[in-house]
Write a protein that binds this ligand. Structure first.
Ligand code: G3P
Ligand code: MG
Length: 252
């Protein structure tokens, strides 16, 4: 039986979420990408956060710097002072050359000042899942202290990272990211006290979404860039859609 809305966790977030801050049309995980997403009407953003060598949370999707910055090697091996001098925009386009990497602090302040919602994906460097989750939870509590809007949604593919976030920020909402609906996905999400499951859209089925809802979990999908996929997911009752296609899929 489909549970009544009251059985599902409170969900203060918009349906549409710009992936990596609108990171295809602008350099992913930079403030330029967040600004571009906002220009297209987006009011919630996803980003990837990891720790620098000296404990600063900053945005970077990959373990390494080569693809999206002018740096080399593991992003988490450098202190923030070195990371902050890299070019995180030139790889994308000449227009964005010189765009600096962003700290989570800067992105949070940008979102709070504009009343945007944020989904912080905990994207740990290898071996640092738990401590990165702890750090994201701690930092999110500090940054959103006293804020009147929705709290940030913390998500990760790594259960250890979500366990770390729960340790330092038990009241912040958590979402388990899934590449597939692997064995035990629902129990893992429930065991971590998650409010949501966020799966690759190609793997959601109507039945799986209904199972998640019956268990009291919200459902989200990434990375949804085609209208036909949006229609299918909406028919199944999806709560959140993470997209790159901020110019083609309009939230307004
Ligand atoms: O959080 C959804 C999505 O960002 C997960 O995949 O690899 O783009 O971080 P990825
Ligand atoms: Mg991500």
């Amino acid at each position: 039986m489909k549970p009544a809305p009251a059985d599902l966790p409170h969900w203060p977030y918009p349906r549409w979420i710009a992936h990596r801050g609108a990171g295809q049309l602008a350099p992913e995980n930079t403030l330029a990408a967040f600004r571009l997403g906002a220009q297209h009407g987006y009011r919630m953003f996803e980003c990837d956060a990891k720790l620098s060598a000296d404990g600063v949370l900053f945005l970077l999707h990959d373990d390494t710097l080569e693809r999206t910055t002018s740096g080399q090697g593991l992003g988490g091996a450098l202190p923030w002072a070195a990371l902050s001098r890299l070019d995180a925009g030139g790889w994308h386009s000449r227009t964005h050359a010189g765009e600096p990497p962003a700290t989570l602090d800067a992105v949070a302040r940008h979102c709070l000042a504009n009343r945007f919602d944020l989904n912080i994906e905990i994207k740990p460097s290898p071996g640092l899942a738990y401590v990165t989750g702890e750090a994201v939870g701690r930092e999110a509590l500090r940054l959103w202290a006293g804020a009147s809007g929705a709290p940030p949604l913390l998500s990760s593919f790594e259960p250890e990272a979500l366990a770390g976030a729960r340790q330092t920020a038990p009241a912040l909402p958590r979402g388990l990211l899934l590449e597939t609906l692997c064995e035990g996905w629902l129990d893992t999400a429930l065991g971590l006290g998650c409010v949501a499951v966020i799966c690759d859209h190609e793997h959601w089925t109507a039945e799986a979404m209904a199972r998640a809802r019956q268990a009291g979990l919200r459902t989200l999908a990434y990375t949804v860039n085609e209208p036909a996929d949006v229609a299918r997911l909406e028919a199944w009752g999806i709560d959140g859609i993470i997209t790159d296609a901020v110019d083609r899929l309009s939230p307004v």
